[in-house]
Design a binder for this molecule. Structure first.
Ligand SMILES: NC(=O)c1ccc[n+]([C@@H]2O[C@H](COP(=O)([O-])OP(=O)(O)OC[C@H]3O[C@@H](n4cnc5c(N)ncnc54)[C@H](O)[C@@H]3O)[C@@H](O)[C@H]2O)c1
Length: 321
């Protein structure tokens, strides 16, 4: 596979770290942009030697001149855009949320517009939060073009980005793919409403009690699978600005807890969940995504939780947790 030069925004974040790791594994070059400069999550996933292969750039996604210069000077061929703030922060600070999530995405598209013949595709993180709940839809599984009914400002910002991307294709011919990850879990997930899907595994390993902040059914996907889909979409660089649902495994949080108890039997009874249900639609179809990048075989939570537990145990043993 030929080497491509990827700009990853939000590369110090959870999904950004997995995307960066997987790009390096495939011998692509990575320019890692983030407001934070310490590779805290990346260090959990890759060796210090591999870290040296990354070109780290500290910067704000809203700095148009810096982003444009970076894309031009580094001859960026593909962009994976993950910089953003999560649901709780958008709720607490709506203006900050809009500035980073909406204006930041617009700034990125404007920077790419200035060198659009050079950048083959931008794949950006939308979210399953653009949809309503399962009950809002008469027809299941819910398709990519089902009406967006976001129930949070965060979801509204993500829906806006999908519309902006459509206009950048229409007016400027910029190819993009919007991916709507469900609840993503794996080592490095440490914040956001649904981080309990990972933090409960860590707590069980450490022998600590933990309450997952929601109950009911949830669509969960392992970070490695999510990262691979982002990369595959970027390399496919389809015409247009499609948006795709993502689907991992839909299971009850109670069943998730049973999986964790199987891995760490001493945690039995220590991991619980809140009564409040996760409000995102779970029964989504990822047929659109599969038609672009081929068949997907998402890891079960059982297997993903085992891998997460193994990695946590290794990090603990090596005093790197
Ligand atoms: N984690 C999930 O389950 C999930 C689900 C659906 C969608 N998403 C979306 O995927 C993307 C990545 O999510 P994540 O879980 O890795 O989040 P994260 O919070 O771990 O990472 C986001 C990164 O963006 C960086 N960032 C914030 N503001 C910035 C700015 N102004 N300029 C540059 N960088 C900035 C942060 O420092 C952080 O490293 C986000 O857009 C998120 O909304 C995540």
């Amino acid at each position: 596979m030929g080497r491509n030069r990827f700009l990853v925004t939000g590369a110090q974040g959870f999904i950004g770290s997995w995307v960066t790791r997987n790009l390096l594994d495939r011998e692509h070059e990575v320019i890692a942009l983030d407001v934070h400069s310490r590779p805290v999550r990346l260090s959990l996933l890759i060796s210090p030697e591999k870290l040296k292969k990354i070109r780290f750039v500290r910067g704000d996604i809203n700095r148009f001149r810096q982003i444009k210069k970076l894309v031009e000077d580094c001859a960026v061929s593909h962009v994976i855009h993950l910089a953003g703030v999560q649901t709780p922060e958008c709720r607490a600070k709506p203006i900050l949320g809009a500035v980073v999530n909406v204006l930041g995405t617009l700034t990125l598209f404007e920077a790419i517009k200035a060198c659009k013949d050079q950048v083959k595709c931008v794949v950006y993180a939308s979210s399953g939060a653009v949809l309503g709940t399962d009950e809002d839809y008469g027809s299941h599984p819910i398709g990519d073009d089902a009406p967006r009914i976001p129930g949070t400002l965060y979801g509204v910002y993500k829906a806006t980005n999908e519309e902006c991307a459509r206009i950048y294709w229409q007016d400027e011919g910029i190819r993009s793919v919007g991916l709507r990850p469900p609840v993503v879990y794996g080592v490095g997930r440490d914040k956001g409403l649904t981080a309990g899907t990972t933090l409960a595994i860590k707590a069980a390993m450490l022998g600590q009690p933990y309450e997952i902040g929601f109950g009911g059914a949830v669509n969960v996907e392992y970070a490695d699978d999510v990262a691979n889909s982002f990369i595959a979409c970027a390399l496919k660089a389809p015409e247009g600005a499609p948006v795709y649902n993502m689907r991992g495994e839909v299971l009850e949080v109670d069943d998730m807890i049973a999986v964790i108890e199987d891995i760490f039997p001493l945690s039995k009874g220590e991991i619980t969940c809140a009564k409040q249900r996760n409000i995102m639609a779970n029964d989504v179809s990822d047929a659109g995504l599969q038609s672009l990048i081929g068949p997907l075989y998402p890891l079960s939570y059982e297997e993903g939780a085992k891998r997460t537990a193994n990695l946590f145990q290794t990090l603990l043993r090596d005093c790197r947790l």
